[in-house]
Design a protein around this ligand. Structure first.
Ligand code: CU
Length: 334
């Protein structure tokens, strides 16, 4: 049930609700609004579900985000890779297991507190030395943990398997830009913050950042990758620790000087996907976005050929930026 519908329903909880209940009864439907709707529908049209209504109204007034935010805004994004979908499914599985445990445990606690309260003459049970209880509270959590560990381990093994990749891209973090090397193709691309964002971010630039499209999430040179191909990413850095993160791929990897971390992605939907550096790497950490354009294989090949042709004459003279002057490219654009 989308929360927005819930808010509208509550707002019109009087006649609207009664109409809904009557219609549902006539059509033999099962109301899926949860216990509160069901309980209220069973009351007569003249009854006053005041306490319930007041409670919900208070919650919705105090936490308007609960009512207006869709599930997709509260939850993880599904992403565009099998990797990210596996992560999402695993997250949902564990979440619902936790919800079930929470309902059972807190239900038992609150039921016990209410049912066996002192004013009702309750006398506490004596469970000391109960073998049955001890066996149960040992084996039940054990079985639940094993049941969750199996899909979690399967997912972890899948995540680490970078074998049989179709292409390899080496990602190197610099203060404050990214370099992408298409290892098998001999193509390299530096990707820095787009000029429009870079101008707008300056103090007293006179440019309202709200008017800049994809502010701080746009680059001068996006990288192009083919869809439905297994891409191996090798992440490293040339100065300090950065982290390469595009949320829809389902992972992020630290880019550490002197080390190479591996990951992979098979992007199933064409599109432009954005991300950022996610390791606090210096004063311009927030100004090294990532843009990945996933296209059809033929379009990718055409892009690679174009890059090869453009870089061929300059290949021998290409010099990596001097990390002792890390902000040189930013300064040049100002
Ligand atoms: Cu960084």
């Amino acid at each position: 049930m989308p929360p927005i519908h819930f808010r509208l329903s509550i707002a019109g909880v009087g006649t609207h609700q009664r109409k809904h209940c009557n219609a549902a009864r006539m059509e033999g439907q099962i109301l899926n609004h949860g216990e509160l709707w069901g309980a209220n529908c069973m009351t007569s049209p003249n009854s006053k579900p005041g306490a319930v209504r007041a409670l919900f109204t208070a919650v919705l007034v105090l936490f308007p985000g609960v009512a207006s935010a869709g599930w997709d805004q509260l939850n993880l994004p599904r992403g565009v890779t099998p990797y990210s979908n596996t992560v999402y499914d695993l997250h949902m599985l564990v979440l619902w297991v936790c919800v079930a445990i929470g309902v059972v445990v807190f239900g038992a606690i609150f039921y016990s507190i209410f049912k066996f309260r002192h004013s009702q003459g309750a006398i506490s049970a004596q469970w000391h030395e109960s073998t049955m209880v001890e066996v149960l509270w040992t084996t039940v959590p054990f079985v639940i943990l094993i049941a969750m560990a199996v899909p979690a381990t399967t997912a972890l093994i899948m995540m680490e398997d970078t074998s049989k990749s179709d292409l390899t891209i080496k990602v190197t973090g610099y203060q404050w830009k990214w370099h992408y090397e298409y290892v098998n193709e001999g193509v390299g691309v530096f990707s820095t913050l787009a000029h429009t964002s870079n101008v707008a971010r300056q103090l007293n630039s006179g440019v309202d950042p709200n008017t800049v499209e994809n502010y701080l999430l746009e680059v001068d040179n996006e990288i192009v990758v083919p869809i439905n191909k297994k891409i191996r990413f090798l992440t490293t850095a040339a100065d300090v620790i950065h982290a390469w993160w595009v949320p829809v791929l389902g992972w992020k990897r630290d880019a550490v000087p002197g080390y190479i971390n591996e990951s992979w992605a098979t992007i199933e939907q064409a599109g432009v996907y954005r991300g950022q550096c996610t390791e606090l790497c210096g004063k311009d950490h927030g100004f090294m976005p990532i843009v990945v354009r996933a296209v059809a294989e033929s379009e990718y090949q055409a892009w690679i050929e174009k890059k090869k042709a453009a870089q061929a004459p300059a290949a021998t003279s290409q010099v990596l930026p001097d990390s002792s002057q890390p902000d040189s490219s930013i300064a040049q654009r100002q």
